[in-house]
Every structure is written in structure tokens, then in C-alpha cells.
Ligand binder design. Sequence first.
Ligand code: TYD
Length: 215
Amino acid sequence: MTGRFISFEGGDGAGKSTQIRILAARLQASGRTVITTREPGGTPTAETIRRLLLSGIAEPLGVDGEAVLFAAARADHVERVIRPALQRGDWVLCDRFVDSTRVYQGAAGADEALLNALERVAVGTTRPDLTFILDIPASLGLERVRARLVAVGAPPDRFEGEALAQQEKRRQAFLAIAARDPGRCVVIDGTQKEELVAHAIWQALAERLLNEAAA
Ligand code: TYD
């Protein structure tokens, strides 16, 4: 038995973590074993690398250097968590995966040959069966991130703090990935109410992976 691997992608503030929670609960209620995880992170070492990346400590390494760190974290995560879970037959829901590197580091000018090589090494053949791209206008994403940060009294992370134009460029880059790979990617309108987003996700998942009528 092999499990299913689903990644969630989108700009900051697109609502990925909420939707992952909702989908995990629904899959669990239908009797499946689900693990939820995130990138960068998902293992103790990868969480340490996450802190370096999000704090901005690694920024002097430049965009290629940061890409190497994202890939190192990913390699550990794939090897220790994602691949074993899939081999057990579990469902893996992952908050961000390789598309985030393509979009964030790619849009920031990382070398494409480097990104290809890092992806091959870190991921191999362990690729998502399905990727949900939660699409929202960059301005709404920024608004949501700001509201969340004010609520918890935290400063923006290294990537959240960037300007609107950069966020909009990332949005277009996610949409371009979806257009190139429609067999794997489903774009979901993330401006809708939470329940409607969850419904659209469940329907797409039922159509593509569950082989049963959308509930
Ligand atoms: P995340 O915690 O998912 O942020 P948010 O909850 O705000 O969506 O991801 C952390 C940040 O790391 C996010 O701003 C995107 C960035 N990132 C990259 O730049 N490259 C990557 O490969 C990944 C996985 C994340």
C-alpha cells in the first residue's frame, strides 16, 4: 500500500494552515491515517534550519545560499518523515513543498540549474500526487498576515516583510506552475469563505484521489 502526498501552496496569508487542519480532520473521520507537516521544517534539524531562514540570519548567504538551506531541510524531511509515511500507507498533508522554492527563491533570482539539481537531490521521486494552490490577491494576503502578526504581537518573518510587488510576482509564479502542470495542481480561490474553500478542496480531492462521489 502506498499513501497519498498532498502539498498546499500559495502566498503568505492564503489560508493554507486552516485548510490543512480541515482536510486532515475530514480524512481522519473517513478512516485514513493522516500526518500534517510543513516546510521549511517537519524534523528537528529542518526546524532549526527554518529558524535560520525565517529570522533572516541566512540572508547574507544570498538567494542561492538560502535555496541550499531550504533544500537541506527538505532532504531531511523527505527522508525521515514524508517517504516513510507514504510507505506505511499514510496520507501526508504538507504546508508548502518544492513549488515554494521555485516561486520564492526562483522569483528572487536563484539559479535555475541549481534549483533543478537541489530538487533532484532533496526530493528524488517523492513528489506530491496533488497540489492545492490557494490563490489570493497579494494585497489581501498582506492584510491577513499583518492582522495575524498584530494579534500575536510578532514582527513579520524574512519573507512576509517583503513588498506588495514581490508578493504579486509570487502569485503569478504559482499560477504559472499550475498552468504548466494541471495534472497535479488545482488552483483554489482563497478569497472565498473558509467553508467554501474547504468544500472546493474536498471536491477536487474526491475527483482526483478518492475515486468516490464528492460529498
Ligand atoms: P510558512 O510558515 O508556510 O509561512 P506562512 O504561514 O506565512 O505561509 O513559510 C515560511 C516562509 O518561507 C514563507 O514566507 C515562504 C518561505 N519559503 C521559501 O521562501 N522557500 C521555500 O522553499 C519554502 C518551503 C518556504
